[in-house]
Design a protein around this ligand. Structure first.
Ligand code: HAM
Length: 429
């Protein structure tokens, strides 16, 4: 019988990598709290229409990548409902905003989420069919200031802070404005006109999109189409004065806050809901899938979903890619403070008591086994922990323990009462 494996594009996350996942999530939660964001958890599957209307029928996500199925009908007369595993979380958050009347308080809603998303893409390094996003959305009625460029700058400044606190170095923020709905309509006309003489030489997808949604031609990845795409007009030339002023205020605030960015007039992003500010943070260490996170403003999304006017802006970080970047950056030192090695099985209980004592002090302790020979204990300890504590009959009687620090090779005698303090010092000392 063949053995069963995790489905293509999905994977198990195992220790010690999960330590990093937890650290990333804890840091994100702590940073979001400082900016007064609260957590929202929306369902993993939604009505398919939410993504068709929210993300856009012609996007790659909706046209090719969704996991969609028909639910069982409750009654024979009923039409079965089409359901979809969420490919992203912004549409779900805006649906919840509308459904719970969150705008009625008149307050800006600042919401974050951490959770799995699903896209049937071709798997490769950094691209999976189940992946995790850490995202946040700021949304509210216009009277709450939700349209202000200050919100865009604050979100970007928060992201720079989060990446820096996580120790991610070498990221680049690419910034653009895709304009208001009216600007987009003007750009649509310019793009259609520019496509007429060249579209015949482009791929079948582009030929279709040139008619249904010309902006999506810019997402095309077919190499032969790229030189043609390079000649197409850029959206920056279609922005009206209000959009230009909005964008100038965003960049001025970033300059004041010292957040570096690169203007990228070809950044349109692969989802239809964007208006005005759009951005991506990339990292060279990631290879082909170099977008660490993406986001932007979506001033018309709530109305497109049948809700009230509620401008918003947000982002989603690819958590898998964030962890990959951290793994490539650091040779992570063992997290465990000490490995306790009892010398003989008769000392197992005393070792358990010592481990309990140290764990109560907040230390991370691995407990060995007295049936191991000392050499085996050392080998196991070196793989797991920064230090080894030897607990023999002499140590138990005298209350003076022998501790070896692996990074320095130093062996130290430490009184039991001082052990907690000693073990919490960095191991490089
Ligand atoms: P997105 O650019 O489609 O935007 O995805 C955001 C991030 O999720 C990407 O930059 C990438 O790091 C990660 N990601 C996407 N697809 C995959 C995949 N197949 N495997 C691994 N990671 C992936 C959104 O999803 C928008 N909802 C962001 C947003 C929030 N805009 C406004 N608010």
């Amino acid at each position: 019988m063949s053995t069963l494996k995790a489905v293509r594009g999905t994977r198990d996350l195992l220790p010690p990598e999960t330590v990093l996942w937890n650290r990333v999530e804890a840091t994100a939660r702590a940073v979001f709290a400082r900016y007064n964001f609260g957590e929202i958890r929306t369902p993993v599957f939604e009505d398919t229409a939410l993504f068709a209307r929210g993300v856009g029928e012609e996007t790659d996500i909706v046209s090719k990548e969704m996991y969609t199925w028909e639910d069982r009908a409750r009654a024979q007369s009923e039409k079965p409902q089409s359901l979809t595993l969420r490919p992203e979380n912004t549409a779900g958050v805006v649906r919840a905003y509308i459904e719970h009347g969150l705008g009625e308080s008149g307050q800006l809603q600042k919401l974050y989420y951490i959770g799995p998303q699903f896209r049937r893409e071709r798997p490769q390094k950094g691209r999976y069919r189940q992946f995790a996003q850490i995202g946040a959305e700021v949304i509210g009625p216009p009277s709450s200031g939700s349209e202000s460029p200050l919100r865009d700058a604050e979100i970007l400044e928060m992201l720079a802070t989060l990446l820096n606190e996580l120790g991610i170095t070498g990221w680049t923020l690419h910034l653009n404005s895709v304009g208001s709905a009216a600007d987009r309509a003007r750009y649509d006309v310019a793009l259609r006109a520019a496509l007429v003489p060249v579209v015949g030489q482009m791929c079948a997808d582009c030929q279709r999109r040139a008619v249904t949604n010309p902006l999506r031609v810019l997402d095309c990845k077919v190499p032969a189409d790229q030189p043609i795409i390079e000649t197409l007009p850029v959206i920056a030339d279609s922005l009206d004065e209000a959009s230009q002023t909005h964008f100038a205020a965003v960049t001025a605030a970033l300059d004041a806050a010292g957040v570096p960015y690169t203007l990228n007039p070809r950044l349109v992003r692969g989802l239809d809901y964007y208006t005005r500010t759009t951005f991506e943070f990339t990292h060279d260490g990631l290879g082909a899938q170099n977008a660490l996170l993406g986001g932007g403003r979506y001033d018309g999304l709530s109305e497109a979903l049948g809700g009230p006017r509620a401008p918003g802006i947000g982002f989603a970080i690819g958590e898998d890619r964030l962890v990959l970047t951290l793994l490539a950056q650091e040779s992570a030192p063992p997290q465990v403070d000490a490995y306790i090695a009892p010398l003989g099985e008769t000392l197992n209980t005393a070792a358990l008591v010592l481990a309990r004592e140290l764990r109560h002090k907040g230390l991370w302790i691995e407990l060995g086994d007295g049936s191991f020979r000392l050499k085996k204990s050392f080998e196991a300890a070196e793989k797991t922990a920064r230090r080894i504590v030897i607990l023999g009959e002499d140590e138990l009687q005298s209350g003076i323990l022998t501790v070896k620090t692996f990074s320095t090779g130093l062996q130290t005698k430490v009184p039991r009462a001082e052990l907690g303090v000693f073990l919490s010092e960095p191991a490089s000392k």
